[in-house]
Design a protein around this ligand. Structure first.
Ligand code: 3H9
Length: 698
């Protein structure tokens, strides 16, 4: 008997206890243990079998690490059928999270009991697959088609009370899973309850699956797994037998299993978990974190303060005048009222956060006791230096001093203080109480426990934190500025902003770059262009002024109602602003450029190659520790489609030699912009991939 499943006999009941930390994934040893345990229980004349998980959870799903490797018997679908077909009465007791294959095992047992804190779900679509061990066939039979479609296409985790209401589980009880399971099974045996195989329940009535499929496909913005899962649920209703439905589920499952989207989404799953694992911070304790200060109460500062308040930190918001401080408080209240409306906060909690946990101040002395201060003031080096000089004078020893700058040199900022070891960058993304990404920017002298405090803050605020080194724009904005420049070049050469947005939205970006620019405010890019021109552009760099003219005309994007698009009919009903193309045409004429046509493929290929090439430079220079750090940054901060895994995972799947060949070909037109990244050249020469680097770094 493999050790992953413990076998215990209690009277006429056999207990099969999973012990496969950390999440009792249904790896080979677990599957085999369950099958062997059932055989033995049946052979030894038991009447009932209880299945539960030791440790923190019931089975959290199939073992994702086995995907892509040759499958070993017993396969999970057969195991579920085997459990269901057992002549003994089989009960599962759920705690923690019964997810994916875990819930499928539970659905294959004859009765299900759960502790109140348990959650169940079929989150496979988030991994690019669908429930492939009978979940799409059994769940609609117990919960109905509507609830099954909701759970399977969204992958959401459902709490025990709701699962009970939906009929997914049969009882909720307080206690240890082993104990509640045993007493439930004993009760069922005593009352002579029959076996209750879900597969023998009648198929639910069909609904308009074509309409649902189309709606789910649209919502998925190119992601195929949720829509494909609809077809599997359809088979539960329409296939001629339960077995035929399972067969259809299997076919659809295999289709997705062999897709690039599955590879991309599973890469993203593991990248999410690897990104915070930094060997140099292992065992380094963060500094205490209870009270923080935020300097500057604009959109960004108010968002940071909101996130901090929601995480239970007390916040001192420093502004220049009482009026500005009150305005900042108004923004914070506005943000929090969103949480209030969604029921995430009670009115009482809202009051506590805005009156007790939040303090307004206009004097730096108010920051004397803060454990960590984040400045979110105007993006100007001189202003930042003044702020840090004042912080150095008032903050207690050991306080962490952070800048939320999105481009500027943290080393220069740290250098104005007497404690550069306490300084780091914490680059939030707007709106900071919503966006998940946090770049933790480690400067030359940042102490390890200060870096660890940055990560601890990120975790507390529910962010995905990525370590970044110092350079212009860190990981994300540095790469962004290059692929944006690539888009600008394509416009000069003949593409329109609307074609580019359309091509990239079809690729899967939430918004194309010009729609994003309108949302962020065109004045931001204008300020960056002015700064870069003032610093002196390389004479080989291509520049253009049409976007400046848009700004000069007062068009800053959504906030002024017009930018690349006209928003008169609302943000969603954007239409091209008719002033834009003439400005572009005038610019081309002035630069003597004869426009040419761009296909959508070429647009995507160039844009992505520019992104990948710069990302390779960012990794090669150590600004990002591993390729996966870039992937996570683009996924959480820049609307990169998760089902493509991130730009460097995408590059691996495209083939690095082909991408490098394109870059070299384009370098013949513009050698300055298309300088191949040394790391990309090296990987191609060595026949390796970005993912090889990820694996070597783990
Ligand atoms: C499936 O079931 C397919 C079937 O329908 C059909 C098959 C035929 N496998 O997230 P954490 C690791 S698909 C392998 O940090 P938490 C994870 O990588 C599956 N490993 O903890 C991490 O490792 P490390 C459907 C897994 O408490 C460690 O466990 N199920 C798996 O924040 C701790 O994880 C899902 O999609 C796995 N299935 O969250 C559920 N799951 O320490 C996926 C986790 O080396 N899992 N690991 O970095 C989750 O959503 C969360 O892990 C969970 C715990 C909520 C369970």
């Amino acid at each position: 008997m493999p050790e992953a499943i413990g076998y215990e006999r209690v009277g006429d009941i056999v207990i099969l206890a999973a012990d496969n930390p950390p999440v009792n994934a249904l790896g080979h040893a677990v599957r085999q243990g369950l099958a062997v345990g059932l055989d033995r229980a049946e052979a030894e004349g038991a009447r009932g079998v209880l299945i539960y998980g030791t440790g923190r959870t019931f089975f959290a799903g199939a073992d994702i690490r086995e995907f892509g490797k040759p499958p070993k018997e017993p396969h999970l679908p057969e195991l579920c059928n085997r459990i269901e077909a057992s002549p003994l009465l089989v009960v599962s007791a759920l705690h923690g999270t019964a997810l994916g294959g875990g819930l499928e095992v539970a659905l294959a047992t004859h009765y299900r009991i759960a502790v109140p804190q348990a959650k169940v779900g079929l989150p496979e679509v988030h991994l690019g697959i669908l429930p492939g061990a009978g979940g799409t066939q059994r769940l609609p039979r117990v919960a109905g088609v509507e609830a099954a479609l909701d759970m399977i296409t969204t992958g959401r985790h459902v709490r025990a009370d709701e699962a009970l209401r939906l009929g997914v589980i049969d009882r909720v009880a307080e206690g240890e899973p082993r104990e509640i399971g045993l007493s439930y099974l004993r009760e069922l045996l005593d009352e002579g309850a029959p076996r209750r195989p879900v597969g023998e329940m009648p198929a639910p009535a069909p609904v308009d699956f074509d309409a649902i499929y189309a709606a789910v496909l649209r919502k998925g913005r190119g992601q195929l797994s949720p829509a494909t899962a609809v077809r599997a649920v359809q088979a539960a209703c329409e296939a001629e037998s339960f077995a035929a439905g399972l067969k259809r589920e299997r076919e659809l499952f295999m289709e997705l299993m062999n897709s690039d989207q599955r590879e991309g989404l599973i890469h993203a799953f593991f990248a999410d978990r690897a990104v915070g694992k930094l060997p140099e911070l292992e065992g380094v304790a963060p500094r205490p974190l209870a009270a923080i200060g935020v300097i500057g109460g604009g959109t960004m500062g108010a968002g940071i303060a909101t996130a901090a308040l929601l995480s239970g930190l007390s916040v001192t918001m420093l502004e220049m005048t009482p009026e500005a401080a009150e305005a900042a408080k108004g923004r914070i209240e506005g943000n929090l009222s969103g949480a209030l409306k969604r029921g995430k906060l009670t009115a009482q909690q809202f009051d506590n956060l805005t009156t007790k946990a939040l303090t307004l101040a206009i004097d730096y002395d108010a920051l004397a006791d803060a454990d960590l201060v984040i400045e979110a003031v105007f993006e100007d080096m001189e202003v930042k230096k003044q702020v840090f000089t004042k912080l150095d004078a008032v903050c207690k020893p050991g306080a962490v001093l952070a800048s939320n700058t999105s481009y500027l040199d943290i080393n220069q900022i740290a250098a104005v203080t007497s404690r550069p070891q306490d300084v780091l960058g914490l680059h939030f993304f707007s709106p900071a109480h919503v966006m998940k990404l946090l770049e933790v920017v480690i400067a030359d002298q940042t102490a390890p426990d200060v870096a660890a405090t940055g990560f601890a803050l990120g975790k507390r605020l529910g962010k995905v934190s990525v370590r970044a080194g110092v350079c212009d724009g860190f990981i994300g904005n540095r790469i962004l500025s290059v692929y944006r420049t690539c888009a600008d070049h394509m416009i000069l050469d003949g593409a329109s902003p609307y074609q580019i947005d359309e091509a990239l939205e079809e690729f899967g970006f939430a918004m194309g770059p010009f729609a994003v620019a309108d949302l962020a405010g065109l004045d931001i890019g204008w300020a960056v262009r002015k700064r870069k021109r003032a610093e002196g552009l390389d004479p080989r760099a291509r520049d253009s002024a049409y976007a400046d003219k848009l700004c000069e005309a007062g068009h800053f994007g959504q906030k002024t109602g017009k930018g690349y698009y006209d928003y008169a009919a609302g943000a969603k009903a954007r239409v091209p602003n008719p002033e834009v193309l003439p400005l572009i045409e005038a610019e081309r004429a002035q630069q003597g450029i004869t426009p040419r046509a761009f296909s959508k493929d070429e647009i995507v290929r160039r844009y992505m190659a520019a992104m990948v090439n710069e990302a390779a430079k960012v990794v090669g220079e150590g600004i990002a520790r591993r390729p996966l750090d870039v992937d996570v940054t683009l996924l959480y901060g820049y609307g990169f489609p998760r089902y493509r895994g991130g730009p460097l995972k995408w590059a691996d799947m495209q083939g690095l030699p082909e991408l490098l060949a394109d870059i070299k070909r384009w370098a013949a037109e513009d050698a300055y912009f298309w300088q191949p990244a040394p790391l990309l050249e090296q990987l191609v020469a060595e026949g390796r991939t970005f993912d090889d680097l990820n694996k070597e770094a783990v």
